[in-house]
Design a protein around this ligand. Sequence first.
Ligand SMILES: Nc1ncnc2[nH]cnc12
Ligand SMILES: [Zn+2]
Length: 331
Amino acid sequence: MPMAELHCHIEGAAHPDLVRAHAARHGIDVSGIIRDGHYVWHDFTSFLAAYDRASSVFRSEADYADLAADHLGRLAAAGAIYAEFFVSPDHACEAGLAPEAYVASLSRGIEQARQESGIEARMIVVGVRHLGPEAVERAARFAARPSHPLVTGFGLAGDERIGTPADFARAFAIARDAGLGLTAHAGELCGPESVRAALDALKPSRIGHGVRAIEDPELVRRIVGEGIVLEVCPGSNLALGIYPDAASHPLKRLVSAGVRVTLNSDDPPFFRTTLADEYAFAAEAGIDAGTRLGFTRQAIEAAFVDDATRHRLLDRLGRAAIALGAPSAGG
Ligand SMILES: Nc1ncnc2[nH]cnc12
Ligand SMILES: [Zn+2]
């Protein structure tokens, strides 16, 4: 099945073996976050701490170029034709690399993957919510510089329980004025009020997660009416205990309500998932192949790319669907 992804954190895509190898080179102890070849954490706070620690082992430009090429190569091998990933200048600074060098090296990884597999990719700079409005504005000012052609979006990640979306309105205004696409994590740890506040204050075209909007039918109607796209990450939600089991996850109910849904892996090895697993989750939830193909079309339609690239990707999707003998990816 041809796939596309809009929501994955690049450091969160790092495989534990790769992190261990870099950690050994730099003399960093990662025994507290990797055991038996898997990341260990027990709640959202300890997940974020493990994520920060894993991020700290990527220090050189080559480290990041390899990480992006490895991530995109895996996606392409599984059938993805397009991927956006989040990049965090704050994490690069923490690891001792200047944001410019960070984005330049990730861009090289994107170019390498494109040449090797044909996958197209873009980057979304994120501000980290729990670092506060100043840090998020700094990230927005960096994203707004016209010097990184593959940076096409700006977003808000981090701990949704800290602060309110209005705190970040200035950062989003900077990014909007620079012509960047906008997305914000909301409705993951917190409920529908958090999604509503993000829509009101930040005016993004996409919401990262947003699944807890399902708790408020009026908000679901607003999301449908305004054409807001949800970057749904079922494997992440289950791993973090947002929902106790697959049957409780609202993916199918969101689709039935008419919400524009995309499927995403968020931080795949942390949550023991892949993008292909997310599509398989949808199939197991009873979502038919045409609708699953529609998730890919939805992602390309909502992607932060220029129109020529979007048309090329839609064309490629159409041809892949025909080759599969798949039902239409309409909708
Ligand atoms: N699932 C997630 N939610 C918020 N911030 C994150 N940063 C990395 N993964 C995240
Ligand atoms: Zn995320």
